[in-house]
Design a protein around this ligand. Structure first.
Ligand code: SAH
Ligand code: DHB
Ligand code: MG
Length: 221
């Protein structure tokens, strides 16, 4: 099996099961036109996020790493009336494009993009209504800290999904020297540590290559 096979199967899955409408396509087109990297979740992954948000009954979703808001749109569409996504993005230009993409999708009311370093924004969250679902998809070196902060601002039983935890198998490199891999391994250590969350990770292949995600549930205090 190689990337061409994975792509063919992903195309089949998307053709059969994933309706990528004009607003989602327009978002990817706008991202490409603005020169943003094509590191959004794939359509099938976006639909998975959408289904997980619905499954969890989430009203409040936290996202770390907005880019052009492609994943944001998938999740925002899963929210009930009055639901909200708070999405954190360090790059003001990315946030601006995401605002436009979200508005074009008719979701501006449900999405709040906060601009800044996610750790600062998370640290500043006090007295905020707890989140029911979190998607962590920003710089990988901070993933352990993002997990801890996401757990802190979420209710017990909330789900936390972390993207890109396999990185073509490089997660098993104990001394990679790559901050992204070291951050991913620190994330696994944090997921494995007793008490805070219960977690697993799943490898994936498809349009975004060989990667994977971790899913955790926040424990009761
Ligand atoms: N979730 C998006 C993709 C996010 S790409 C989607 O699937 O559509 C990662 C994003 O994280 C980039 O836009 C990058 O600017 C942002 N980012 C990187 N470091 C960050 C930090 N320290 N705080 C907040 N955002 C950060
Ligand atoms: C990268 C980041 C992502 O969130 C992703 O899904 C794929 C690649 C990256 O930084 O290379
Ligand atoms: Mg990602």
């Amino acid at each position: 099996m190689n990337d061409a096979d994975w792509n063919a199967v992903d195309s089949y899955i998307v053709d059969q099961l994933v309706e990528e409408d004009t607003a989602l396509r327009a978002a990817l087109d706008a991202n490409a036109a603005a020169g943003l990297p094509a590191i959004d979740v794939s359509p099938a992954q976006g639909k998975l996020l959408h289904l997980l948000v619905r499954l969890s009954g989430a009203r409040r979703v936290l996202e770390v790493g907005t880019l052009g808001g492609y994943s944001t749109i998938w999740m925002a569409r899963a929210l009930p009336e009055g639901g909200k996504i708070v999405s954190l993005e360090i790059d003001r230009r990315h946030a601006g494009i995401a605002e436009e993409n979200v508005a074009r999708a008719g979701l501006a009311e449900r999405v709040e993009i906060r601009v800044g370093a996610a750790l600062d924004l998370l640290g500043a969250m006090t007295g905020e209504e707890p989140f029911d679902f979190a998607f962590i998809d920003a710089d990988k070196q901070n993933n352990a800290a993002y997990l801890r902060e996401a757990a802190r601002v979420s209710r017990p039983g909330a789900a936390i999904l972390v993207d890109n935890v396999v990185r073509e198998g490089r997660v098993t490199e104990a001394d990679s020297g790559d901050p992204a891999i070291e951050g991913t391994r620190a994330l696994f250590d944090a997921l494995a540590a007793d008490g805070e969350v219960d977690a697993t990770a799943i490898q994936t292949v498809g349009a975004k290559g060989w990667d994977g995600f971790a899913l955790a549930i926040v424990s009761a205090p």
